[in-house]
Design a protein around this ligand. Sequence first.
Ligand code: ZN
Length: 167
Amino acid sequence: MALRNIRTEGDEVLTRKCREVKEMTPRLKELVNDMLETMYDAEGVGLAAPQVGVLRRIVVIDVGEGPIVLVNPVITAQDGEQTGAEGCLSVPGKAGQVTRPNHVVVRAVDADMQPVEVEGEELLARALCHELDHLDGVMYTSKVEGELYDTTEEEAEEEEAAEEGES
Ligand code: ZN
């Protein structure tokens, strides 16, 4: 396994539509493992293949309930609505308000090309929508209501506060 380089906004690969996976090759399996490792290393809750420069319909997600690998995922049902802060590993240090369905059902195959169905609410529903959008070259920044804002300043302040708390 190896860490992959995360592409950032402005990289043309993030705006392109991904191709379906017809066969799980050793190379694609390695990609899946690398994507998981890269997501955990970057402390993200999801990562899509185009974010590491590969135009294939593969996403990995972990919202704290264990890893989910989805190959050729499709949303088959959705309902409700949630509006909240969203960020992206390809847009470091930024976040913005995005409205998403509160509940989605996704059909896909896993890394062994076995059929899986994932049902998500709240954060998982948001992560599923966000990552699936990447497969069609759609960035969350195109759906932000209002302005993107910096999260780095907030983090710096939190760190400062934590340091103060220690002393
Ligand atoms: Zn993203």
